[in-house]
Write a protein that binds this ligand. Structure first.
Ligand SMILES: [Zn+2]
Length: 107
């Protein structure tokens, strides 16, 4: 194969260039890992939304932290998590209140 560095034609089985010694590989070089963006990944958004529903306090705290970030993407995500955390907290309060009433009514 042709050396990518010096252009020397090498036998296909050659692992190194006979002229300059560059390692030859028939496999393409692995692509660079994607550079993480400064914003919030969709996995993070979805994960935090689930976490906010399961543990509202987490959503509220993370929401406040992210809302203080200068990054508009983080701000938007933080606002969403905070909202979900607060709503989930209110729903849990209502549910636990209703459950208490139900238990007291039965006894
Ligand atoms: Zn070479």
């Amino acid at each position: 194969m042709v050396c990518p560095r010096c252009g020397n034609a090498n036998p296909e089985v050659a692992q190194f260039c006979g002229k300059c010694g560059t390692a030859l590989s028939s496999r393409p070089q692995p692509a660079d890992p994607p550079v993480p963006k400064s914003g919030v990944s969709s996995e993070m958004k979805v994960g935090m939304i689930i976490a906010s529903i399961v543990i509202p306090v987490v959503g509220v705290i993370m929401g406040i932290v992210y809302m203080n970030s200068p990054d508009p993407d983080r701000k938007a995500a933080g606002r969403t998590w905070l909202l979900i955390g607060v709503v989930a907290f209110v729903i849990y309060c209502i549910l636990s209140g209703a459950l208490n009433n139900l238990m007291q009514g039965n006894t």
